[in-house]
Design a protein around this ligand. Sequence first.
Ligand SMILES: Cc1ncc(COP(=O)(O)O)c(C=O)c1O
Length: 414
Amino acid sequence: MSSNGNNGHIPFVDLVTLHQELEEELVSVVRSALRTASFIGGPFVTEFETNFAVFCDAKHCVGVSSGTDAVRFALMAAGVQPGEIVITVPNTFIATTEAISQAGARPEFVDIDERTYNMDPVRLQELLETECSLDRETGRPFHRRLQKTISAVVPVHLYGQMANMDPILGLARRYNLIVVEDACQAHGAEYFSSKENRWCKAGSMGHAAAFSFYPGKNLGACGEGGAVTTNDAEIARKIRMLRDHGQSKKYYHDVEGYNGRLDSIQAGMLSVKLRHLPEWNRKRQEAAHRYNEMLSSVGGIIAPYEPEWSRAVYHLYVIRVEDREGLQKHLADAHIGTGIHYPVALHLQKAYEQLGYRLGDFPVTEKAALEVLSLPMYPQITQEVQEYVIGKIQQFFSKAEVMGPQCRAVAPAV
Ligand SMILES: Cc1ncc(COP(=O)(O)O)c(C=O)c1O
């Protein structure tokens, strides 16, 4: 069985094959940068920004140094002030909340939907209606226990699937909230908005959206990188300043900013890869559908759920299983790489002890954190490799049947 040239190992993500396929084009970007000494800003960055804005159906794209900076700059430029609350989910990578804190705000969580693993709009509504009073001056919710104003919400399009944006945007309009999409895992994902009666791209629906180009992402740099997309010219202008030491023109600093630019060589490489992204996303979707079909005959597993309003791009293919550790070990013994996204919910991380959350505060996220397992997923994965992975999963469950019933299908969280 071929395993993508990795000595019999099936990697969780295969970044080697992809870069072998594009090696000549990528090296020519480096050569061109060396010959023109174009390292910061310049045509590579502008060209990528123009093309990525088109890809996302957004009016503007501003390249920045990482996805974390993209979330932070988007919040700051959209108007979040120090001391305010920004709502997000506890089922995300810590960068989401780091960026909120770095913008001077306090993260507050609402639980996720148990099938999509993304923000549950019903929980958001509950928080706004039951724990807040309306501040008549700002039209914004005032959190009574925390004694702070809520100014923004950050829905995270986790695993490559968009959050249920219509109800989230509806609540944001009602409560005058800024919406920054964390689209760091969702380049090219789509959402069918019943309100607009059309499919909308990740990065085009909120006031602004953040993307990461960390190498393993659907669109990844050969190093660090990120971008903000927005339809608001003023937000784009502010982010251009923030990423470049607050300069409106060279050595004229309107505000204190950051060194948060997108590197030119990375931008050039991202332009090369962007041309392949639609095809890569299509291959991920095909691979996901193959997994779904193969898994339909395996009891004990919950496959990813894609609602009718979603076209996910499967940054990750995340299944759920009660004996997650057992299955992960069984696959590791067969040299199959897997991941856990994420093993500890953010509200229970040591870094957030001071926020005072407890086990039980966000039960849907907490249960998912014990059961989610990400299977190998990348555009070049073959049917043969997937059959091998599923075969090993089947083997795990047939062994479990002989040994006892500890691998039952997981019960839904309450
Ligand atoms: C959901 C989410 N938000 C933010 C980030 C931060 O992106 P970066 O690593 O480029 O700073 C990531 C990256 O892993 C992410 O997955």
